[in-house]
Design a protein. Structure first.
Length: 366
């Protein structure tokens, strides 16, 4: 459970006396939605793995205090999460991990300052009550002939080895090249995915563990060449909905090896994307047919969100020497993605208890 103690200090904020009340109400609503979407139906002893491209975290004007609480609440629904687009300043990531609680740890890469790297890091945050680190981290390096350019992957995939119960796995986080969407540009993205999945399936043939490839794969179309490259790999690819704000791009994916030296069968229990806009920032996708909410869950209209944040964002910008937005209402949707993200987080639930299968090895026929 994340830390909520900062709400005590927000109560004494004379510039915004309603701050603690607002955040608490939003968190209660967000927690309700997370329970319905993810945690209520999880199987005993399972593993929930998340992946989230958190937009420029935190490369520009600092986020509002409340945004950190919301991001932490979502990630706390997972046992481990890969985060893409972490920027050079690690203070925001460290604050996020502090909010997650003392049982959470993290790893992070160096800044990718070469061509196509966009000065980004990748990170893993994980709950040590659920997952243990197996003391192995690294980057995927491919041969010169893996990409037609002869270069390395623009943002080298970051991997770390973990274990949850009986389940030994290595997470490989990636942020596939972004750029032109013409045939040549999409081919470059497809080549990166092919090179990575080939490397992982080759490793899985020799090692007693499952490789899980996840992250922002910049897949524009569900049936385009980039998605085809992932589906043509020897990895299992669960079905995820669109993960951009407009609901028409399939950027984020999780795939895992199902064959190799490991004798454990990777059993997928559930998978999905979580749309936080029903609880925070909006606009809500709920309809008159949606299930009724408990008494402490409150929904806010799009107009009320904009009215609430208008003066607060102006004051926040003024504290950092920035002029207010000339048209905050018109820029609201973009502003919101800088507070949370322009991607929805995705997740899979995998079975991790293979003890019955192990015991059956010792059962002799009658």
């Amino acid at each position: 459970m994340p830390r909520y103690t900062p709400l005590n200090t927000y109560q004494s904020d004379t510039d915004d006396p309603d701050k603690a009340d607002w955040i608490a109400r939003r968190l209660l609503t967000l927690r309700h939605d997370l329970k319905i979407a993810i945690t209520n139906d999880r199987a005993p002893g399972s593993l929930i793995i998340g992946s989230w491209n958190i937009r420029a975290f935190d490369g520009g004007l600092p986020r509002l205090d409340e945004s950190f609480h919301y991001i932490a609440e979502i990630i706390a629904s997972f046992d481990i999460c890969a985060i893409q687009e972490v920027k050079s300043d690690l203070a925001p990531l460290k604050h996020l991990v502090w909010l997650l609680g003392p049982q959470w740890e993290y790893f992070v890469t160096d800044v990718s300052d070469h061509e196509g790297g966009n000065y980004e890091r990748m990170a893993f945050v994980y709950n040590t009550d659920c997952v243990s680190f197996r003391n192995l981290i690294g980057e995927i390096v491919v041969g010169r002939d893996a990409l037609s350019s002869g270069n390395q992957i623009a943002r080298s995939p970051f991997f770390a080895a973990f274990q949850a119960h009986w389940f030994r796995f290595t997470l490989v986080s990636s942020h596939i090249l972004f750029g032109d969407t013409d045939a040549a540009g999409l081919q470059k993205r497809a080549e990166e995915i092919t090179a990575i999945t080939k490397a992982l399936t080759k490793r899985a043939e020799k090692e007693d563990q499952v490789y899980i490839f996840l992250g922002d794969m910049n897949i524009d179309s569900a049936d385009g060449p980039v998605m085809q490259a992932l589906e043509n790999s020897k990895m299992q690819v669960p079905d995820f909905p669109a993960t951009n704000m407009a609901g028409d791009k399939f950027y984020d994916k999780i795939a895992f090896t199902v064959k190799g030296k490991s004798t454990r069968k990777t059993r997928l229990l559930r998978a999905g994307a979580f749309d936080w806009r029903d609880a925070i920032f909006g606009p809500s996708t709920r309809t008159a047919d949606s299930a009724p909410d408990p008494a402490d869950v409150t929904r806010i209209s799009d107009a009320d969100f904009r009215a609430y944040y208008g003066p607060r964002v102006a004051a926040h910008r003024a504290r950092f020497g920035k002029a207010p937005y000339a048209d905050f209402d018109g820029y609201y949707d973009q502003w919101m993605t800088h507070e949370m993200s322009d991607h929805l987080p995705i997740w899979v639930e995998l079975e991790t208890d293979y003890s019955d299968d192990y015991l059956r090895r010792f059962v002799t026929a009658d």
